[in-house]
Design a binder for this molecule. Structure first.
Ligand code: SAM
Length: 215
């Protein structure tokens, strides 16, 4: 009953927005290439664009590119000024994402770094890189590590956003005990209570954590 309500509400809300050719292209390329259809929900994609624009963030870091859906949403918020660094494990996914951001006219402001995100984050730290905005959306078992890296690489006041806080209900189901579930539970708890952060968790779609790094 409740799930049907949210599905109907989602359909209604999406019917209010015009089709977005760039994001439709991403969805099509993901299907054509047999990639998993796990891009961020459209409503959260629009929220990412808004948050980047509203905070005036200029240096963005994304962990988990897939086909470039959230990358396009993030880069749009820059309004042509700034840079998005996007980390992606798979070369073939990054190639699809790159083609999609280029087709959206955003190619010059997005840089892909291929491979495991953790060593890349360490390298970014060694390079002295700092960011104003983080979007965490990769392997769930590393969410707490990604959060700690985001705080380390954050400019004061930076925003950290993490998708899949609910893991399709598993994070709130005491019977669910897998490693990813436990790590995302800990991630959610830190996003809600870490004294270095202030923020909120939106329980719509698959749950979105948003926190600002104080200071
Ligand atoms: N943010 C994307 C969007 O909304 O368009 C969706 C990202 S998808 C949920 C997760 C992505 O993280 C996949 O493309 C996957 O290959 C990548 N990934 C998984 N493990 C990773 C790792 N250890 N390092 C970097 N990327 C990883």
């Amino acid at each position: 009953m409740e799930e049907r309500y949210f599905q109907t509400a989602d359909l209604y809300v999406e019917s209010l927005y015009e089709k977005d050719a760039d994001l439709e292209r991403v969805r099509q390329s993901i299907a054509d290439n047999g990639m998993p259809e796990i891009s961020v929900a459209p409503g959260y994609g629009r929220l990412l664009t808004l948050l980047v624009g509203m905070t005036g963030a200029k240096r963005l870091l994304e962990i988990g590119a897939l086909g470039g859906y959230s990358g396009i949403c993030l880069a749009r918020g820059l309004n042509g000024e700034g840079k998005l660094v996007s980390l992606e494990l798979k070369e073939e996914f990054a190639a699809v994402a790159r083609a999609n951001v280029e087709a959206a006219g955003l190619g010059t402001i997005v840089e892909y770094r291929i491979g495991e995100a953790l060593p890349t984050l360490e390298k970014l730290g060694e390079e002295g890189e700092k960011f104003d905005f983080f979007f965490i959306d990769a392997d769930k078992g590393n969410y707490v590590n990604y959060l700690e890296w985001a705080i380390r690489l954050a400019n004061p006041g930076a925003l950290i956003v993490g998708d899949n806080a609910l893991l399709h209900g598993k994070t709130m189901d005491p019977a669910a005990k897998g490693n990813s579930v436990q790590v995302v539970r800990e991630f959610n708890k830190r996003m809600a209570t870490d004294p270095r952060l202030e923020g909120t968790i939106l329980p719509a779609y698959d749950g979105l954590c948003i926190a600002r790094v104080k200071g």
